[in-house]
Design a protein around this ligand. Structure first.
Ligand SMILES: Nc1ncnc2c1ncn2[C@@H]1O[C@H](COP(=O)(O)OP(=O)(O)OP(=O)(O)O)[C@@H](O)[C@H]1O
Ligand SMILES: [Mg+2]
Length: 256
């Protein structure tokens, strides 16, 4: 990451001004780190292909105009929805005849758009001195990735297990403390009782501590009971507003 790729560049008045626009800029340092490869942009853990997701290019308005309006409203009042009222979202699509698995409708794109906008907004707020950031503000986590990290603790020799345990507890700490967490593809597979207890603990801690979570899923909130059990399902239901995205699988668009 060079200063030219600074997340703030397109909207920063100092962009291009060599005296002000350099790696020592406070905005740049918080967002990208002194060397350009760290900062809160990195610790949010979003896959690279979603780096450019912003409200202005969120592609769901055509197929889902009402949802688009709600997401826009949410993005424009981050302080209220995320920090004050802790309104989580459960972005889901169910299988239809035209879209057999309810995939590629923009669930992850929408959640990450909100997360990207939140991190940008949060760093600006911090630099302005209004509301300081004490730790990483947001994190993206695929539920299956978290489950794999959990399972790795019980595989291999002592060193491998120890490394995996360290990684797991680091992520767990982050997942239970960030202001905004995405749990992506929450119901892609079930899990052992021990894993589901871990997942419950994270979700429950977030609910108890008033932290906001965005979920994405290919099943309804009601169907979560069969996949993750009623404790997790009812917790999610209590902390997230269901938002359904309809339409064809946009990933398939490029195949023909
Ligand atoms: N409504 C849309 N219009 C145009 N492109 C879209 C739309 N929704 C998603 N896309 C594009 O399709 C691709 C897949 O989107 P995304 O990863 O958000 O889907 P998803 O709903 O999370 O799918 P899955 O259920 O497989 O996780 C992305 O490249 C995204 O930009
Ligand atoms: Mg997705």
């Amino acid at each position: 990451m060079s200063i030219n790729n600074c997340i703030f560049s397109s909207k920063c008045k100092q962009y291009g001004n060599e005296e002000r626009c350099n790696p020592l800029c406070t905005y740049y340092t918080y967002m990208h780190g002194l060397n350009g490869d760290g900062g809160f942009w990195r610790t949010r853990n979003v896959p690279k292909k979603y780096d450019d997701c912003r409200l202005e290019n969120l592609p769901i308005d055509k197929d889902n105009p009402q949802v688009y309006k709600r997401i826009k409203k949410y993005a424009e009042s981050m302080g209220e929805f995320i920090l004050d009222r802790n309104v989580g979202l459960y972005l889901f699509s169910v299988p239809t005849e035209a879209n057999k698995f309810g995939t590629g409708t923009g669930k992850t794109t929408t959640a990450i758009t909100l997360l990207n906008e939140f991190v940008i907004w949060r760093v600006k707020l911090h630099v302005s001195g209004e509301n300081r950031i004490n730790s990483n503000p947001a994190l993206f986590m695929r539920a299956s990735e978290y489950q794999n990290i959990y399972n790795d603790q019980f595989k291999g020799d002592f060193t491998v297990k120890e490394k995996a345990s360290y990684k797991f507890s680091r992520y767990k700490k982050s997942m239970t403390s960030v202001d905004l967490l995405i749990l992506d593809d929450i119901a892609v597979r079930g899990g052992t009782e021990a894993y589901l207890n871990e997942l419950y603990e994270i979700i429950d801690t977030r609910a108890t501590n008033g932290l906001t979570t965005l979920y994405t899923s290919n099943i309804t909130i009601e169907a979560l009971v069969d996949m993750l059990g009623d404790r997790i399902a009812s917790r999610i239901e209590g902390m997230a507003v269901p938002v359904e995205l309809v339409g064809a699988d946009k990933r398939k668009g490029g195949l023909f």
